[in-house]
Design a protein around this ligand. Sequence first.
Ligand code: ACO
Length: 367
Amino acid sequence: MPYAHITGWGMAAPEGVMTNDDLAKIVDTNDQWIRERTGISERRIAGATDFTSTLAVEASIKALKVANVRPTDIDLIICSTSTPEYMFPATACLIQDQLGATKAGAFDLLAACTGFIYALNMGAQAIRSGSIKTALIIGSETLSRFVNWKDRNTCILFGDGAGAFVLQASERPGGVLSAVMHSDGSGGDLLTLPAGGSRFPATESTVHEGLHCIRMDGKEVFRFATRVMASATLEALDAAGLKVEDIKWIVPHQANIRIIEAAARGLKLPMERFVVNLDRYGNTSTASIPIAMVEAIEKGQIKEGEKLVMVGFGAGLTWGALAAEWTGPLPSKGHVRPEQYRRLGRVRSLVRRAIRFIEGLLYRREL
Ligand code: ACO
């Protein structure tokens, strides 16, 4: 049975930075409160030309470069997101087109902030089963488009960004070792974006009542998060036959430093073993774990052969954890330039549209 290795990684964050002081100009808050209660100092905010797919493509090209994998070699693209560009088509299909990943299947996965764990596990399982060889797993969000900028309970927390991993099959042991996924829909109302779906389609009143923005019971979500972070980590370790002492790093969902500190206490581990970068990005939902991973790898914190656990929680309610052994890129030949495929992908996309247009005209004439 092949192993699923994480062989490439990349992240993207919009250029626009919003500091706590910037927020204090629009809602009744202040830098000290936000830093003390959340650990966040600033977050990135999507500009007019940043979208969930464009951030994802930027992160993906970096990940493909690290793995030395061509977009045309990807079998499957999973985009985990709570902020898709449309109800449909899936954002993963927009990414497939922009990358020129011509043979890939593509779908979106919605498990809120736990989504990246779910998606990584789905990709790894597809590789382990032997049905695919290469998967591109993405977490990408433009949460700022759904934030109520008048609600100080939520607008201080969220930021935009994307992270991507390349997963590849190899006979060499390692890579994704285990994963656990959980949900409890009875807590669905604690963190929700009420309107815009089929239950409450957009109407004048849904817009007027602000139902297209994130709503959250912060205290309840906090309580739930502190309960599940340590337990999910231990479950994933158990499933992999590992103990806490065996792992070097915990990479938690970056929601609130106090939640991460509670997890550290629950696991009886020092904070130095936790990868934390929420001070600069805030909560980027499903993108937060891959962004934290990429920064830690690029800083040389996470090294080959080390074992780690990624653990997350979020709306749904959902939570989960994934244990992995870090191996890095597989040996490969040649030098791949994924950005060239992106350029070619644009041309290919235009040509396909033109062909579809001409075929449409011919078909109508035949009728
Ligand atoms: N600035 C200043 N004061 C504030 C702010 C603010 N931004 N927000 C709330 N306050 C006030 C409150 O009004 C309250 O005042 P009061 O005591 O006079 O009523 C006081 O500060 C304390 O408010 P609490 O809500 O008790 O603050 P708490 O310590 O719980 O922190 C927070 C709030 C940061 C939202 C916390 O509950 C939290 O992090 N919850 C988890 C949220 C989370 O992780 N969500 C993401 C889930 S992942 C996903 O799926 C997207």
